[in-house]
Design a protein around this ligand. Structure first.
Ligand SMILES: NC(=O)c1ccc[n+]([C@@H]2O[C@H](COP(=O)([O-])OP(=O)(O)OC[C@H]3O[C@@H](n4cnc5c(N)ncnc54)[C@H](OP(=O)(O)O)[C@@H]3O)[C@@H](O)[C@H]2O)c1
Length: 294
């Protein structure tokens, strides 16, 4: 175990590509995942499989990309694990709650481990290409130390403050806006379709005029074509992020009326069996509400 090894926890759709980017940049990477398949795939690319989380936290720096608060809480906010850690920095890159970031910062500090929040913008192919946008916050000296890792995984790092929770607030706000864009495009397409206009024609006009850019172009095409598989960002993760926005809003008395609408639309989609699809499948809820047939 060398002092420059990066420990990586969570090799899901995003984590696999991010760990791969670290390897490509020449870092020694020690990987751990709940299910073994992705560990073997990364080991074939030169990563060192870790037998336990304690081995991961024996690296110099730990990067984690787990699904949600529950997974981070259960696996990593473990006083025993942190007390035994020789790692001096943990960079949590998952989209988790502001409240969890506060608890994590305090618990890591108790055990002398630095903690940064650095959630990302970009879907799995962007992660695999090392072209994420990294939304980072925490102590400036820790941010400087993590920057070579961010540079390997992303094309730009954005700083949001010296408290980790500020990066989580920025990421949650960004995903809230994305969810609103998806829902509003779905409703607009349904309105057009209700009057016999092809959704693809509407999206084609809008993305060439008023709404250029990756969000309306990418999700607009998926909604117009009703193409929700394979999922780039699974619908349950979208529901999680809407919940994070509502929770973060409540904590600061920030009403988010659209948040309630989004939560119910995502629940409706899950109730109709769309949990394995991309979160843009929430567009089917708008169609059902309008009585549009398949
Ligand atoms: N996908 C995107 O487009 C995207 C974009 C930006 C940010 N994000 C955020 O990035 C994070 C990861 O997303 P993802 O798309 O990579 O998700 P994912 O494919 O579902 O992977 C989730 C990872 O967390 C692990 N995990 C989940 N629950 C666990 C538990 N209870 N115990 C142990 N491990 C657990 C999974 O292990 P297994 O492999 O064993 O299931 C896997 O490694 C999320 O916070 C997400 O919101 C995703």
């Amino acid at each position: 175990m060398t002092a420059t090894t990066v420990g990586f926890v969570g090799l899901g759709a995003m984590g696999q590509g991010m760990a791969g980017s670290l390897l490509r940049a020449g870092h020694a990477v020690r990987v751990w995942n709940r299910s073994p398949g992705p560990v073997a795939a990364l080991a074939a690319r030169g990563a060192e499989p870790a037998g336990s989380l304690a081995e991961v936290f024996a690296a110099d720096t730990v990067v984690s990309m787990l699904a949600d608060d529950a997974a981070v809480e259960r696996l990593l906010l473990d006083p025993g694990l942190l007390a035994g850690a020789t790692a001096t920095l943990h960079v949590n890159m998952a989209t988790v709650s502001v409240a969890l970031a506060e608890r994590a910062e305090a618990l890591h500090a108790e055990h002398g481990v630095g903690y940064l929040a650095a959630p990302v913008l970009g879907r799995p192919p962007v992660a695999a290409a090392g072209r994420l946008n990294v939304l980072a916050a925490g102590a400036p000296e820790l941010l400087a130390r993590a920057e070579p890792l961010f540079a390997a995984m992303g094309e730009r790092t954005w700083h949001f403050g010296d408290r980790p929770r500020q990066a989580n607030a920025a990421k949650i706000s960004a995903n809230f806006l994305l969810a609103c864009a998806i829902e509003s495009m779905a409703e607009a397409c349904t309105l057009a379709e209700g009057h016999g206009v092809r959704p693809g024609d509407l999206i084609g006009m809008l993305t060439a005029t008023l709404f250029p850019g990756p969000v309306h172009t990418g999700y607009g095409a998926m909604i117009a074509e009703r193409r929700y598989e394979p999922a780039g960002f699974r619908l349950p993760l979208g529901l999680k992020d809407v919940g994070l926005a509502l929770e973060a809003g409540a904590a600061q008395h920030v009403p988010l009326p659209f948040g309630g609408i989004l939560r119910d639309a995502f629940l409706d989609a899950l109730a109709h069996g769309d949990g394995d699809k991309d979160w843009s499948a929430v567009a089917e809820v708008a169609r059902r509400r309008a009585g549009l047939s398949d």
